[in-house]
Design a protein around this ligand. Structure first.
Ligand SMILES: NC(=O)c1ccc[n+]([C@@H]2O[C@H](COP(=O)([O-])OP(=O)(O)OC[C@H]3O[C@@H](n4cnc5c(N)ncnc54)[C@H](O)[C@@H]3O)[C@@H](O)[C@H]2O)c1
Ligand SMILES: [Zn+2]
Length: 353
């Protein structure tokens, strides 16, 4: 069964989720003269299959390989792709497919946004994080020496094909890390996600339903807020501390692992503020732990606070946290009492192994 989630906006599109949905490339891109399928080496076989699907449909498709992971998200790699697109003769009537994890879809989307001021872009996310987060919502970008994702563009895809067959090759730790974004969506907006993960914390039993539900939560938030001024900020739940941990760890932690700790911290903070009950706070910690994700962190609290203050989501110098005023009801907590911050930190620090 293929699940479909519509994403509203100026140019609405659909996220298709299911085994084998990659073949829909032939429908989505039918009649397109040329298509570049951008991928990293670990996804070469899947990219080959995509090229074949397109060629069978009469589309002149070519695979274009880029470095794996964050190494793809550089100005040099983007410039290399511009040269390659020139060599292929891609015009405004053509299209780009970004096939891979979030790093590759971010890069491919950015280059698609800039090539001839924007050509059609389709994402085929291959990681859990890519499916529920990076490939949906229209944010694209690359990193610079000054920081991650500082150069980019809003360029929504024409379609997202989340082919769950491709998850078979995804390393276990990547799968687990991506599930942190799924449980985040559960706490934010969908109690059924929490129930499914309670029943099987690996997320393996109900992968497709979990991905569909998480995509719905993201789609609801971004559909009306492409430019990230309102509801989209709630998706940042767990990310204020999470981003700070990633920075302090020099991005040696997986994103989802840092977010997992951030979720526990945000829950503790809400507990301090009287917004969540002890039971609700513990539900965060217990579920995150059951999923095999970290719930504690032993780091330099003073530095973490410094970094959180300059997090791009913390407007101005104030500290902003997405917190829950009861499960499923996000709100913003600005400049919480220092005693609450310290207590939430103590709880997270104690949980570090
Ligand atoms: N644009 C957005 O809104 C948005 C949102 C969240 C994250 N991101 C970005 O996404 C990136 C992280 O994405 P990620 O977690 O997918 O990491 P990633 O793209 O670096 O992929 C992680 C690793 O898994 C491998 N991999 C992916 N799918 C595979 C598969 N099916 N089989 C075998 N190997 C596979 C990749 O090759 C890579 O080695 C970051 O750059 C982040 O900034 C963007
Ligand atoms: Zn995230």
């Amino acid at each position: 069964m293929t699940r479909r989630v519509p994403v509203a906006g100026e140019q609405p599109y659909e996220v298709a989720i299911g085994a084998g949905v990659q073949v829909e490339l032939a429908l989505v891109l039918a009649g397109t003269p040329k298509v570049a399928v951008v991928h990293a080496p670990p996804l070469a076989a899947a990219a080959g299959a995509a090229v074949e699907t397109l060629q069978t449909a009469g589309v002149a498709a070519e695979a274009v390989v880029v470095p794996d992971g964050e190494a793809a998200k550089t100005a040099e790699v983007a410039a290399g792709l511009w040269e390659e697109f020139g060599r292929l003769g891609l015009t405004r009537s053509d299209a780009v497919v970004g096939l891979g994890g979030g790093a590759v879809t971010d890069l491919a989307g950015f280059v698609a946004a800039t090539w001839t001021r924007g050509i059609r872009f389709v994402t085929v996310p291959t990681s859990v994080l890519g499916m529920v987060d990076a490939a949906v919502g229209g944010k694209t970008g690359i990193n610079t020496g000054a920081g991650k994702n500082l150069v980019g563009a809003f360029h929504p895809p024409a379609a997202v094909l989340a082919d769950t067959d491709l998850l078979a090759g995804l390393p276990e730790a990547e799968f687990r890390s991506g599930m942190a974004e799924v449980v985040k969506c559960g706490f934010l907006a969908d109690a059924e996600i929490l129930r499914l993960l309670d029943a099987d914390p690996t997320g393996r039993r109900d992968t497709e339903e979990l991905i569909e539900r998480a995509v719905r939560v993201k789609a609801d938030a971004v559909g009306e807020d492409l430019y990230d001024t309102g509801r989209r900020e709630f998706l940042n739940y767990g990310h204020t501390l999470g981003h700070a941990i990633e920075r302090l760890e020099d991005f040696g932690w997986r994103h989802g692992e840092a977010v997992a700790v951030g979720l526990v911290f945000a829950a503790e903070l809400a507990g301090q503020a009287g917004l969540l009950t002890r039971t609700e706070v513990d539900r965060h910690r217990d579920l995150v732990a059951a999923m095999g994700l970290p719930t504690g962190y032993a780091g330099d609290w003073a530095r973490l606070q410094q970094v959180m203050r300059v997090d791009k989501k913390a407007r101005g110098a104030s500290l902003r946290f997405v917190v829950l005023d009861g499960l499923g009801n996000p709100t913003i907590l600005t400049d919480p009492d220092q005693s609450w911050l310290d207590a939430a930190w103590a709880a997270v620090n104690e949980g570090a192994t």
